[in-house]
Write a protein that binds this ligand. Structure first.
Ligand SMILES: NC(=O)N[C@@H](CC(=O)O)C(=O)O
Ligand SMILES: [Zn+2]
Ligand SMILES: [Zn+2]
Length: 435
């Protein structure tokens, strides 16, 4: 089976757009050639042709931090609806967190997630497994068995591992298996029921505030433990200037640490929260403008390696409980690229190549995935993006079951229009199919 994408603008080594033609055979990239006209050899019967119409074609986006909610919270999202939402956001590979019910702390649940993802037949789904049983922080899971079942790393995302000894044991074990530890960094003793960050908004509304140190204390502790154990330590959703300072220093002295940041922590500060609307409540919380600037600079200089969405769907009833009671989390797949393109690339602060790198080759390198590059011999996971079309964010058209976003009504440019996984067009919004 051959698929040819013509009139594809791809980013060359210089980061410039170059009109190209991509030939895919049996789900694998076979050729990437300059010029966009359909060659004679491809005109033969049996070749499917997609005319990208001069739109940008990138390696499929990779999101290494998402919540698919199945098993256990299917009213929030399922592996199928989450995969569809990912595809609609241009993502072709996603790594899902284990804070399901049951928690993905046993090989059967890892296999269940993989099975459901295969049945959905959409994006590549990579499951993480929990560090501790039920994410309670008391007893380590069976790392070797979880790895054998297909888990790609260990994390208790949703909560921080409170005990340093537990974290050190986890890192030792993960290191011996060549697996990464992915950490949600949060010291509970400093948080205690606060729904938003310390700052102007919390004071104005008489709410308890989450201090920056609650994150950075774990980052600092874990960097020392990573140094001692030699594990690959990856920091989840970094949101503070202090964490960044620690990660930057750790990288300088050669400790094996990597880190991610979410679009909302690059764009919104606590001062932007319009009122007591829980669609602005997420963990980590929106911090100060100073923290936002530190996150942007750190993604630019490589201290923060990659962008992830932390796609965290919740039902409308749950989010209607108000700022104090509602669960933390916002959806992210379907707005991630347009948000970052509009805010940072269209404004001239970042190159398009930088943004694409942080969402493709970057995550592939950090997690050792065979993805993220438009090279012959690699799986044909591709995203077609229309950089010119402008649309208003409308949660009603999300493929996700979650509608919980603070970006409703934002006018954004740079929308993904088609997603290809292993040579199969799994989502298409705008491309005319020729034969
Ligand atoms: N980020 C969030 O605000 N919520 C996540 C948990 C998490 O990522 O820590 C969730 O599972 O809802
Ligand atoms: Zn988390
Ligand atoms: Zn998360």
């Amino acid at each position: 089976m051959r698929l040819v994408i013509i009139n594809a603008n791809i980013l060359n080594e210089l980061g410039e757009q170059e009109l190209s033609q991509i030939t895919i055979e049996d789900g694998v990239i076979a050729k990437v050639e300059k010029a966009g006209q359909l060659g004679q050899e491809n005109a033969e019967a049996g070749t499917q042709v997609i005319d990208a119409g001069g739109r940008l074609v990138t390696p499929g986006f990779i999101d290494m931090h998402v919540h698919l909610r199945e098993p256990g919270f299917e009213h929030k999202e399922t592996i199928e609806t989450g995969s569809r939402s990912a595809a609609q956001g241009g993502f072709t590979t996603i790594a899902c967190m284990p804070n399901t019910r049951p928690v993905t702390d046993n090989p059967d649940t890892v296999r269940f997630v993989l099975q459901k993802a295969e049945e959905a037949g959409l994006v590549n789904v990579l499951p993480y497994a929990a560090i501790t049983k039920s994410e309670l922080g008391r007893e380590l899971t069976d790392f070797a068995a979880l790895k054998d079942a297909g888990a790609i790393g260990f994390t208790d995302d949703g909560v921080g591992v409170q005990s340093a000894q537990m974290m050190k044991d986890a890192m030792r074990q993960a290191a011996s298996l060549g697996m990464p530890v992915i950490a949600h960094c949060e010291d509970n003793s400093l948080v205690e029921g606060a729904p938003v960050a310390e700052g102007i908004f919390a004071r104005k509304h008489g709410l308890k505030g989450i201090p920056n140190e609650s994150e950075a204390i774990h980052v600092g502790r874990d960097i020392l433990l990573a140094e001692a154990t030699g594990v690959h330590y990856h920091v989840c959703h970094v949101s503070t200037e202090q964490s960044i300072r620690l990660i930057r220093q750790a990288k300088q002295i050669g400790i094996n640490v990597t880190a991610e940041v979410c679009p909302h922590h690059l764009i919104l500060s606590e001062e932007d929260i319009p009122g007591l609307d829980a669609n602005w409540k997420m963990n980590p919380p929106l911090r100060s403008r100073r923290d936002v600037e530190a996150c942007i600079a750190a993604l630019e200089d490589g201290t923060l390696d990659i962008v992830v969405t932390d796609h965290a769907p919740h039902s409308e009833e749950e989010k209607a409980k108000g700022m104090q009671q509602a669960p933390f989390g916002i959806v992210g797949f379907e707005t991630a690229f347009p948000l970052l393109y509009t805010k940072f690339v269209a404004t001239g602060r970042w190159s398009l190549a930088m943004l694409v790198q942080r969402m493709t080759a970057g995550p592939a390198r950090v997690f050792g995935l065979e993805a993220g590059r438009l090279e012959p011999g690699t799986p044909a996971d591709l995203t077609i993006v229309d950089l010119n079309v402008e649309r208003t964010v409308d949660p009603c058209v999300f493929a996700s079951k979650g509608r919980n976003t603070p970006f409703t009504g934002w006018k954004l440019k740079g929308w993904p229009v088609a997603t290809i996984v292993k040579g199969k067009l799994i989502w298409n919004d705008a491309i005319e199919l020729a034969h």
